[in-house]
Write a protein that binds this ligand. Structure first.
Ligand SMILES: N[C@@H](CCC(=O)N[C@@H](CS)C(=O)NCC(=O)O)C(=O)O
Length: 206
């Protein structure tokens, strides 16, 4: 049995899209982030860093496996199921490169951009410019790659899932930076037609 601890955020939605794509049964535990539920001692057992998503799987023999962070969840289940991770060495190398770019470059740049331009009361132009520049750097790289391939690894994979929710969040804002990146926009629209992506983006129910 799989329990996904999550909230309506891009990192959480990477995990729910993956579980939907793989057709794995799971229950959703919606964390009340406003009430600080992600910082309680109970939750820190699953995610020592106190962030979401986290996931706990109890196997038929009663063993428990916990995973925290969207990257670990995506890679673990892709490896376990042999899906969404190309077998061909070159395609796998591309997949892992774009996957980690999504996890360690795009995601953090988008989160910091949101923090500095929306959440924090002080608006620091230098910080906003820095993270906007980092985001544009990611968008440029993605757009160039997607001008020659349909999906980031050639075939649909965890690399696409690692990037999609942050691009979908950006696409919601009017006058989005994304308008400047036609290949990224095409890929975003294509992924948005996948039933598992649509279902995963609706987790947790609000
Ligand atoms: N490296 C982690 C980052 C997770 C992360 O930053 N989660 C955010 C929500 S998108 C969070 O838990 N924020 C609450 C907090 O930082 O207290 C991942 O890829 O999942």
């Amino acid at each position: 049995m799989i329990t996904l601890y999550t909230f309506a955020t891009p990192n959480g939605r990477k995990a729910s899209i993956l579980l939907e794509e793989l057709g794995l049964a799971y229950t959703v535990h919606k964390l009340d982030v406003m009430a600080g539920e992600h910082r309680t001692a109970d939750y820190l057992k699953f995610s020592p860093i106190g962030k979401l998503p986290a996931l706990v799987e109890t196997t038929a023999d009663g063993k428990t496996c916990r995973l925290f962070g969207s990257g670990a969840i995506l890679l673990h289940y892709a490896e376990q199921t042999g899906q969404l991770l190309p077998i061909d060495v070159d395609a796998r190398a591309e997949c892992l490169s774009w996957f980690f770019m999504g996890i360690s470059d795009l995601g953090p740049a988008a989160v910091e951009m949101f923090r500095f331009s929306v959440r924090l009361p002080e608006k620091l132009p230098s910080a906003i410019d820095l993270f906007k520049g980092e985001l544009i750097r990611c968008y440029n790289a993605l757009d160039q790659r997607l001008s020659v391939v349909e999906y980031l690894a050639g075939e649909y994979s965890i690399a696409d899932i690692a990037c999609y929710p942050f691009i979908a969040a950006a696409a919601l804002s009017s006058g989005s930076l994304l308008d400047r990146f036609p290949n990224l926009k095409r890929w975003h629209d294509l992924l948005g037609t996948r039933p598992a992506v649509v279902r995963g983006m609706l987790v947790p129910e609000l």
